[in-house]
Design a protein around this ligand. Structure first.
Ligand SMILES: Cc1ncc(COP(=O)(O)O)c(C=O)c1O
Length: 364
């Protein structure tokens, strides 16, 4: 029995092999590896695709968040309102700059930050709201942007899982003052190593980001601020230049696969993921809810199908934040974390594979 993995990067590479191999060979031929024409081309294409003025490619999604918060000047004493139901990097970046994450609960339908709870969490110290477009579904950006405008806060989007997702017809990442992307290999748009990007419409923030990613320098060996080594290398940029040409097709296939599952799981005693109708969900993950998670996961394992729990522990319950948030209860996040289960949802899944996954879930 062949195993069905959570994501199969090999099958996609085989489909794109000609294009990818040519792109990598071109980089090797020039031997220009850091901050070169591939990265520049990728930044220009990605900015045009997303409808933003500036795109600054960096070394990872975590760095994208970190550098975005640094560029925005956030630091000790500042509060950043965010979701507890996300990957740790969202909150790590807030901690890196010395600011304080303030976790507010999520919407039980979309798993994204609940705008009304975000509004209630605003204090005199709040500087930014950092929604995560979790699993590829845009957070409810309109009310979040309205409250940022009203209170003079920055909207900073974590788009690590949402490349190509739109809200009210506009790309995620183009709403906030800053949008932060990850190109980790398994992401909707992924390279073959670590990679990330920050987008912004603000010239000053873009200039800061370009300096921060390159040792605080605008002109070689002239350093104006303390920066980092956080550049997207040319090999990764070359791969992304190829894959960006296919992103709409990949996302469309993810959506088709998700709808295929949802139609067949609607009466299976699980809660399939729900789209809120405000935007286009690109299904970085297909995450359902079940009260019988262990049994469903066991049935999938027996059928040779991978599954995963994204995420088993919300951030306010993580050891690292226990001291600050030990007494805080965020019941929706806690309940979702106890019941969520993600199924394989990569674009190249075939019908036979999806039928096997569906049969295992229904069997359980
Ligand atoms: C929501 C979210 N934010 C941030 C990150 C960090 O991205 P990276 O792994 O590229 O550092 C990830 C992915 O890993 C993520 O899923």
């Amino acid at each position: 029995m062949t195993q069905i993995p959570m994501v199969d990067l090999q099958v996609q590479y085989q489909q794109l092999k000609g294009e990818i191999d040519r792109a990598l060979a071109a980089v090797l031929d020039t031997s220009h590896y850091i901050l070169g024409p591939q990265g520049q081309a990728f930044e220009a294409e990605a900015a045009a695709y997303l409808g933003v003025k500036h795109a600054v490619a960096v070394a990872s999604g975590t760095d994208a968040l970190h550098l975005a918060l640094r560029a925005a000047g956030l630091g000790p004493g500042d509060e950043v309102i965010t979701s507890p139901f996300t990957f740790i990097a969202t909150a790590e970046a807030i901690a890196y700059v010395g600011a304080t994450p303030v976790f507010v609960d999520i919407d039980p339908q979309t798993f994204n930050i609940d705008p009304e709870l975000a509004r209630k969490a605003i204090t005199a110290r709040t500087r930014a709201i950092l929604p995560v477009h979790l699993f590829g579904q845009p957070a409810d950006l309109a009310p979040l942007q309205a409250m940022c405008d009203e209170h003079g806060l920055l909207l900073i989007e974590d788009c690590a899982q949402s490349f190509g997702a739109t809200y009210a017809g506009r790309q995620t990442g183009s709403w906030g003052a800053l949008g932060c992307f990850s190109f980790f290999p398994s992401k909707n748009l992924g390279c073959y190593g670590d990679g990330g990007m920050v987008v912004t419409g603000d010239d000053r923030l873009a200039e800061q980001l370009r300096m921060l990613r390159n040792h605080g320098s605008k002109v070689r060996y002239h350093h104006d601020i303390i920066g980092y080594n956080s550049r997207l290398d040319e090999m990764q940029a070359a791969i992304l230049n190829v894959k960006l040409r296919h992103i709409d097709r990949f996302n469309q296939l993810r959506r088709q696969n998700a709808h295929y599952y949802s139609e067949r799981l609607a009466d299976a005693g699980v809660v399939p993921p729900r789209e809120d109708g405000k935007g286009v969900h690109v299904y970085h993950q297909y995450t359902l809810l079940t009260d019988r998670r262990e049994a469903v996961q066991q049935a999938l394992t027996t059928a040779g199908c991978a599954s995963a729990i994204y995420y088993p522990i919300p951030l306010h319950r993580q050891n690292v934040f226990a001291a600050a948030f030990g007494g805080v209860s965020l019941p929706v996040s806690e309940s979702v974390a106890a019941r969520c289960l993600s199924l394989p949802i990569f674009p190249e899944l075939n019908q036979e594979q999806m039928d096997r996954v569906v049969a295992a879930v229904r069997g359980a």
